[in-house]
Design a protein around this ligand. Structure first.
Ligand SMILES: C[S@@+](CC[C@H](N)C(=O)[O-])C[C@H]1O[C@@H](n2cnc3c(N)ncnc32)[C@H](O)[C@@H]1O
Length: 274
């Protein structure tokens, strides 16, 4: 029997995103606090990782389902929910491109913060998010912005200069950070342009250690950066890549101390009325 590897799943199971998510908790909770979540609200957190946004939403009393493609992150999310004694939050494996076991109109709110943007079929993702949101409900996405001068877009830009070009037909996840693409994708899913709004928000990565150590976490645990280092290694350029990233992280550090990290990054917050 041959098993086909899903590269999207393999990428996110490759590292251990929890090591980065630990540095994202405060901004995750802050973002959730602005979503007008009420007790009993039914929320889907798509590509929710280990629960950076799902846990705070559940703590506000919502009934939260997480769906994520990476088995290790699903396990981590469920472990965290159990540790916190949260019975109104569970995560399971699934693919944002095809939420096949989720009924139409199931949720009041679908949230996807730097999650669904990484699924390979954006038109299917938009269609599925709209399908599972009830009429009158809302979708909120957080998407990194291509070419933005802040951290994440710059990491991806630097990394891509050390990696071979992607396979033909590959659609950059960053296109979810371009308003015209978002309008086109939700438009095909039946949403009028007037029902889509955008704002630029800031997400801050915080760590009680220096930016260079934060780069190490990316190198060791973040699938896309791990791949960039593997490719750079083959060309004897791993040290160069590391240096570039350390310079970037140091330059963007706003903590006021070289021993701690606080790096703000701009993202596009998309809000869709269904
Ligand atoms: C950058 S992480 C963000 C995780 C989380 N939303 C957070 O803010 O910490 C991207 C997440 O999207 C998930 N993901 C990527 N492709 C996916 C897909 N096709 N379906 C569902 N989840 C996906 C990954 O497994 C990972 O948990």
């Amino acid at each position: 029997m041959t098993t086909t590897i899903n590269p999207n799943k393999a990428l996110w199971e490759k590292g251990d995103f929890t090591k980065l998510a630990e540095c994202m908790r405060e901004s995750g909770a802050e973002l959730v606090s602005k979503l007008s979540i009420k007790p009993g609200m039914r929320i889907l957190d798509l590509g929710g990782g280990d629960g950076t946004t799902a846990l705070p939403a559940a703590k506000l009393g919502a009934e939260v389902l997480g769906i994520d493609i990476a088995r290790n992150l699903v396990e981590a999310a469920n472990r965290r929910a159990k540790e916190e004694g949260l019975k109104n939050f569970v995560t399971r494996e699934g693919d944002a491109c095809d939420l096949k076991d989720v009924a139409d109109d199931s949720f009041d709110l679908v949230v996807s913060i730097f999650g669904a943007m990484f699924a390979p079929k954006p038109f299917d993702v938009a269609k599925e998010m709209v399908r599972v949101t009830r009429p009158g409900g809302r979708i909120v996405m957080g998407n990194w912005i291509p070419g933005d001068p802040t951290l994440v877009a710059q990491i991806l830009k630097i990394s891509s200069s050390y990696t071979p070009p992607p396979p033909e037909g590959f659609i950059s996840p960053m296109l979810w950070g371009v308003e015209s693409n978002v309008i086109e994708r939700f438009g095909k899913a039946g949403i009028e342009k007037e029902n889509i709004s955008f704002k630029r928000e800031t997400f801050t990565f915080r760590a009680p250690f220096p930016p260079s150590q934060f780069v190490e976490r990316f190198r060791l645990y973040y699938g896309p950066t791990m791949n960039a280092f593997e490719a750079a290694e083959k060309n004897g350029k791993a040290e160069e890549l590391k240096r570039e990233l350390i310079n970037l992280f140091n330059a963007q550090n706003k903590s006021g101390s070289p021993n701690t990290t606080s790096i703000p990054a701009t993202y596009l917050q998309v809000s869709v009325k269904v």
